[in-house]
Structures are given as C-alpha cells and as structure tokens.
Design a protein around this ligand. Structure first.
Ligand SMILES: [Zn+2]
Length: 304
C-alpha cells in the first residue's frame, strides 16, 4: 500500500472545551459529516466555545484542514463512545449555495484512503453521523451528512488503496499534469483545475478527464490541421528539391555530352595536326631536295 499523506492545512485557535484530549486507544473508524455550508463557516464555528469540533474539515476547493491531532478525541458524532475511536471529517456542501464538489470528493477519498492505510480501517468502518448519533442524548437524531455521496467516498478510497498511486497536490505532479494538458488541450491549466480534476485520481483517470473534453477535441483538430499544413509545406519543398535534382541531372547529362564532344574534337584535331605535320615534314625535304637538285643539275649542265 502506498497512498501518500495528503497535504493538510493546520488550524489553530480551537478552544480546548471543543474536544476531549488524548484518545485512550487508536481510532477504529471514520465518521462522515457535512457542514451545510463551506469550510470557513465550520472553522469559524469550531473557533467559538461551542463544545464541538472535528478532526478534519474539507473545503469546496479540496483543501483539507486539520483541526485536531488524530490522537485527540473530537466532539463531532453526538456520541462519546463513537468519538473516542472516530476520526471525524466535515465536508463542504449540503447548502443551496454550496454544492458538493468533485475537488471536495477527491480530497475526501484521498484523506480516507490514507487514514485507512495508516490505522488499518476497513471500508465497513467508514460510518455516517446519522448512524452513530446517540439517540438517547439526541432523540431527533440527525440528517447529517445529508446528500453527501458517502458511497463514492468509500468506493474511491478503497480504489486508491488497491490501485496504482494517485496524483498528489505537489508542484512536480502539477507540472507533469500541466505538460500533458498543454499537449492535449493546447493551453496552460491552472492549479485549481489540477485540484478539481486530477488530485486524488490515478494518472489514467486524470488522462481520461483531460482528453474526454470538447476543448481537447478542438485542440486535436487544430493540431491535425497544423500537421496537414506542415505536411503540405514539406511536400512543396520536397517537390521543389526533386525538380531541382532532375534539372541538375539533365544538365549533367548535357555537360557530359559536351565533354564527350570536346574530347572527340580534341582527338580529331590531334590526329589532323599530327597528319599535317607528318605530311609537311615528309614533303618539305623532298621539295627542298628537288629544288636543289634541279638547280644543281642546271648549274652543272654545260651551257649550250
Ligand atoms: Zn454531522
């Protein structure tokens, strides 16, 4: 098991009368509550001397507030015997203007998974306020935790205990997730978006959320259009280069033909020159001899 400890924000200023000191035993169960409002309302109340508190409070934005140390008895369940062994969690929501949010559910699933791992708490020991309240002290009981989807929290916490590691609210996890977001959606994603749709989920689940979105489809279309344009640009360049290569090859053939022609001409001209020289050399002495011979004979011949 490798569920990481969630990021928690410590809360101070809670009067000592709102909780019961150190537990005599380890906690054995988790009790789920809802605020019927958002976290600030619950925290403000717990800072008043009202005789109630909660181990944890989870806000609409997924912030986990740790109000009491886990080994401290919370006064939350309306049942002292339950409080002795309960880690209690108040959830934002249950009010017309404060809906239960995904960020809150994700944070709760992550917190429950981690607590269950640390204290060996089975899913069956995630209890609801209305099921543990002391009916003798509170004959009317309570509706708490209202319409909070407690099955979702149980199911997702169990999944986290069984599954691969989940995304945590850490800078490097956000950085990795945002990098994927830029690739899939074509823009930077905010830390709030990260908390709402990635924190507490597996990477596969977060990827599904990132890609299963109209924005992601648009980004993919843009990318495809972009790559088509880019392909066309490259085709034009490739065609141009092929044309240049063909032209160069044609020129090369022409150049070779010219070289051949010049070489032939040179050979021909060499032969002609040689012949001409040879002819001239052969003829010249003969001509000279013959002139001299004619003149000598003429000189030696007795004059008539
Ligand atoms: Zn409650």
């Amino acid at each position: 098991m490798n569920v990481p400890r969630p990021v928690m924000q410590a809360v101070s200023g809670v009067p000592a009368d709102n909780y019961g000191g150190k537990r005599p035993t380890r906690p054995t169960h988790i009790t789920l509550h809802h605020i019927v409002g958002d976290a600030p309302a619950a925290l403000a109340r717990f800072r008043q001397p009202v005789g109630v508190s909660s181990t944890f409070v989870i806000g609409s934005d997924g912030t986990i507030y740790q109000v009491l140390p886990i080994d401290t008895i919370p006064y939350t369940d309306g049942n002292y015997r339950s409080n002795l062994r309960a880690i209690t969690i108040e959830h934002a929501g249950g009010h017309p203007t404060v809906p239960y949010t995904d960020a809150m559910y994700n944070a709760s699933a992550q917190l429950c998974a981690w607590l269950r791992q640390e204290y060996g708490i089975p899913e069956s020991n995630i209890l609801l306020h209305r099921d543990v309240i002391d009916r003798t002290a509170y004959p009317g009981g309570t509706a708490c935790p209202g319409a909070l989807d407690t099955e979702r929290i149980k199911r997702e916490s169990t999944k986290q205990l069984e599954d691969e590691p989940v995304i945590r609210d850490l800078d490097n996890e956000y950085w990795r997730w945002n990098k994927l977001g830029i690739q899939i959606r074509g823009r930077d994603l905010t830390r709030d978006e990260f908390r709402a749709s990635a924190v507490g989920r597996t990477w596969l689940n977060a990827l599904e959320i990132l890609s299963d979105d109209p924005e992601a489809d648009n980004a993919t279309n843009d990318q495809n259009t972009g790559s088509r344009a880019s392909n066309e640009k490259w085709l034009i360049t490739i065609n141009r280069l092929q044309a240049e290569r063909d032209e160069m090859q044609a020129n090369l053939v022409k150049a070779n033909q010219r070289i051949d022609a010049l070489q032939s001409e040179l050979e021909a001209s060499k032969t002609n020159t040689a012949t001409a020289i040879e002819t001239a050399t052969k003829k010249a002495p003969t001509a000279t001899k013959s002139n001299w011979f004619v003149r000598l004979v003429a000189a030696l011949m007795p004059k008539p």
